[in-house]
Design a protein around this ligand. Structure first.
Ligand code: AN7
Length: 392
């Protein structure tokens, strides 16, 4: 295996620390020769079951037992949305409550193997929560740069309890991302764990393998939220590698949902935003409040090559989808994770088997619910008063 520039195909060895191509500044990916892999070598559970596909030695993996999240059939919601077989891949079931753990177990293991003493990230919340936990487990210094005031409190609490060094900056995620990249390049000891790091994305691609193994085949369509667009890129790579290895027979179409006022990739695909940037992104789904997605070239390729599409959903549509999933299926996901459901209601998809990737747990961001919830009913502590309130 080798690191390869996604843009110009320049090659670099696996132990060279660089986050973008030295000649063209393109994003990097790990080239995997999946054709040579043998199914008998997939053993154990979770992300590391797929070690033969990963470019990192599993021997000393820094793990919290990530992956193996449920793929839940959603009969009621599926019927409501007109989809024959709807599934939710519930990434909130990971150790820190989001899909980031799949990437972090691989990224932090790589950091240890490279001899780094500190890991760093910019984050809208979940990356920092996950990195803080895995960094703590590995005994590393963890540095987190957050956009001031716009990170859900549950996620900040996670970074705090795991002992991360937290810096808030004035400005949005894109500002924080630029700064932490410079910090990592300046200091060889600080290893960057945002999704520009190709090893992290290798961990995230395992979601595709799990979906294929659970269903016994690839689904027809996969829908997910896009922020930095690392996840859609990683999962598409996973589906392609599983097929190349001969472990699945077909590929899904990839659908990406963005929030209305934070939608550079949708605009780019629609031909109205060539540079793929939005200056002041805004959305209730703070996890995907991102205007300059670092993996946009990969995401555009995933959507186009798979025959998929991308679309925007409004904050209102996102919150409705969050409620629908909670009330029809009993699953509480954070607003960003409900964007795929909102996408399906708004645009529909011509496909029988559809998997929505619900990226993070709802408890991370209770404010999103409580700020629009009706006031709780107040009663005297008597049966009569409760009966009256309930009209029972
Ligand atoms: C719940 O934590 O970017 O398209 O800094 O937390 O791979 O960026 C989070 C992203 C979707 C978007 N859903 O994934 C961060 C961060 C949830 C998220 C995304 C995020 P990408």
């Amino acid at each position: 295996m080798i690191q390869r520039c996604f843009q110009c195909d320049a090659r670099y060895p696996l132990d060279e620390i660089l986050y973008t191509c030295a000649s063209c500044d393109g994003v990097l990916e790990i080239a995997v020769e999946a054709e040579c892999l043998n199914r008998a070598n997939l053993t154990g559970a979770g992300v590391w079951r797929y070690a033969p596909f990963l470019a990192v030695d599993a021997g000393d993996a820094v793990s919290l037992a990530e992956g193996d999240t449920g793929l839940h059939r959603c009969e009621r919601l599926g019927k409501d949305l007109g989809i024959a077989e709807l599934y939710v891949k519930n990434e909130g079931e990971n150790p820190t409550g989001s899909f980031k753990d799949r990437g972090m177990t691989v990224g932090v293991t790589k950091a240890i193997q490279l001899g780094a003493s500190a890991v760093a990230c910019a984050s809208t919340g979940n990356t920092s929560a996950s990195m803080a936990a895995y960094g703590a487990r590995a005994g590393l210094r963890t540095i987190v740069v957050l956009p001031g005031g716009k990170v859900a409190m549950g996620k900040v609490a996670q970074a705090v309890v795991h002992g991360a060094e937290i810096i808030q900056v004035e400005g949005n995620f894109d500002v924080a991302m630029k700064l932490v990249r410079e910090l990592s390049l300046d200091s060889g000891e600080v290893y960057l764990l945002n999704s520009i790091n190709p090893f992290r994305l290798e961990g995230q691609k395992t979601l595709a393998f799990e979906v294929c193994e659970s269903l016994g085949r690839a689904p027809d369509a996969v829908v997910l939220p896009m922020g930095n667009a690392g996840n859609i890129s990683a999962i598409w790579k996973g589906f392609r590698e599983f097929k190349s290895a001969g472990f699945s027979q077909s590929l899904p179409r990839m659908f990406g949902a963005q929030a209305e006022r934070a939608a550079p990739i949708v605009e780019h695909l629609g031909g109205t935003n060539e540079s793929c940037r939005v200056e002041h992104p805004e959305t209730v789904a703070t996890a995907i409040r991102i205007g300059a997605p670092v993996n946009w070239t990969k995401a555009v390729t995933a959507v186009r090559d798979s025959g998929g599409r991308a679309g925007v959903v409004s904050d209102e549509e996102i919150l409705r989808a969050q409620r629908d999933l909670a009330r029809m299926e009993g699953r509480f996901v954070e607003p960003a994770s409900a964007a795929p459901i909102a996408y399906l209601r708004k645009f529909g998809i011509e496909a029988d088997t559809v998997v929505c990737v619900c990226t993070g747990h709802g408890l991370k961001d209770p404010d999103a619910i409580l700020s629009s919830a009706p006031k709780l009913t107040q009663c005297q502590p008597t049966l009569g008063s409760i009966r009256e309130a309930l009209r029972l």
